[in-house]
Design a binder for this molecule. Sequence first.
Ligand code: ATP
Ligand code: MG
Length: 660
Amino acid sequence: MADLNPQQQEAVKHVHGPLLVLAGAGSGKTRVITRKIIHLIRGHQIAPKHICAVTFTNKAAREMKSRVSEALQGHNSRGLMVSTFHHLGLHILRKDIERLGYRANFSVIDPGDSLSMLRNLLRETNGPSDLAEAIQARVSRFKNDGLFPEAAHADDRLGEEAARVYALYQRALSACNAVDLDDLILLPIRLLQDHAEARYTWQDRIRYLLVDEYQDSNGAQYRLVQSLLGVRHNLTAVGDDDQSIYSWRGAAADNLHRLAQDFPNLKVIKLEQNYRSTGRILQAANAVIAQNSHLFEKRLWSTLGEGHGIRALRCADEADEAKQVISAILRDRFQRQGEYRDYAILYRSNHQARPFEAELRNARIPYQISGGLSFFERSEIKDFLAYLRLLVNPDDDPAFLRAVNTPRRGIGGSTLERLGAFAKARGISLFAALWEDTLELPEKARIALRGFAGWVNLKAGEVDKAELIPALHSLPEEIGYLQHLHSEGDEKDAGRRWENIQELLDWMRRLQAQDDGPQTLPEILHRLMLFNVLEREEDDDRDVLRLSTLHAAKGLEFPQVFLVGVEEELLPHRNSETPEQIEEERRLFYVGMTRARFRLTLSLCRKRRRYGQDVHPTPSRFLQEIPREHLDWQGEQNPEAEMDPAAAFARLRGLLGRNE
Ligand code: ATP
Ligand code: MG
């Protein structure tokens, strides 16, 4: 424990009872969790299977796991659970979902499928189907608040509609033996609440629960934590209210407060030394976050030296921004003989990545994009996954609807409507309905449908028996998928999409090959479905530059960070208006700044193309909150544009031949 400070040591040694570590960015909260796991196993001989740590991303979980097993060397860490809340929920459901009336081969549907289900339900019941998206958000909010249909109420019209449809939606999901992402938290709560046997089993299994990024857990996750704790209360929660950036998903920083109320014997430890960033970065970040109102007072200091000031890059437009940032990176990397992975480009919204991607491709720089539109959003991947889901769970209606007519099988809309009505009236799935003798359909349609269903059954049998990946390899060909791709786009496009499917298959093979990797199709599928929650699984050890949204950069650190688009309307985001929303945007900015270890660069444009028009953005208000002495202005100077004093000063310094 020599490389932990006294407060960190205290947190690690506090083994029994509830503990909250409340501390700013880079103060070693995550390190405390990792060390505590090791300490429990080595120091207290706790069997790893009794320890469960919850991280915010899959990547963080993988990192933590590998740190632990490295440190344990001889000790076996088998059974240790390190995962996101969603994964933990999935894990619980995989063991016990049958108690809730679902079958073990359940599907996890993605938000796109859930939206179409809701839209259909609204249509069928004369609800406002044009508001399906808003209603989906409200339903998700109920679930994130830990509310079951019977407890969901709202005062406004939209909320009432959402509460009404919520009940129907849960029934529809259960008819397809499917759960959505929010159910991965909600159903385990129900399980632990209503089924004493399962509750005792899980409470006995998880004797030590550690939660990272606690400030971003939501009401449902809090309830899950509480129901897992039982009477033991061996909870270690670490968090930073200044980094709470998910309130739009129902995360409540006052979960921090609730802990103190619900656990009178809660021990609170604060950490104040920052080990990540050099002094000036930290002082700038502290000054910015000081503008927010605070639940808890915190100070952060560092012994890493003053370091560089914060570079502020003025750019002409977004193309110039990408050019300047990338060439700064290339120059720096050359000078230091450094690696690409030392650099991250962070931005508020996904669309900002595009010019950077173009520039990176031009310069042949390997990069990885996280938090963006995922691989799994591509239609060919969704198609292929729909088939896989159907092989595992033929009752998965969204998968059935997607697969049955991709490629086209001449099954018309009216046939599917009739099938749907028949199934709904009986509370069964489409797949089950089409075998019913009382189903009235034109002969041709019936043959087409049953032909398809017969193939699904056959293929499922084959996949069950044969070696998995080879059996799946032949699937796209069997269904004539290449022809389908050709009928949809040009040859190049079809080729690319075909390759994406091959990549997915390769990926599945790699998953299988991992230590304790998933083996069967249901296992692999459950894993895959969770990737699109936040990120895509990647080989972590490649030397690549990272492009990421601010949200997805939480908990990470990089020697150099380029936070781009520091302009009003982008950051703070244009949809953020209320003081609370602006505070959340400020926290996001703070999260971005505090990812940097040695060098932080902020960039902004004079001109930007938005919705087909040129706009002249103003610098972000957050930029003004950084003390001037910490900002070094650089970059394009447009003589026509009015120049602010700092930029003029920087230019003068440039003219005098002085470097930053
Ligand atoms: P965030 O709020 O961004 O999640 P954190 O509080 O979880 O940050 P860590 O990521 O655990 O902070 O630690 C930040 C960096 O400081 C890491 O590189 C970590 O290895 C290092 N570090 C933490 N504690 C110490 C220590 N006692 N001595 C030396 N380095 C440390
Ligand atoms: Mg952390």
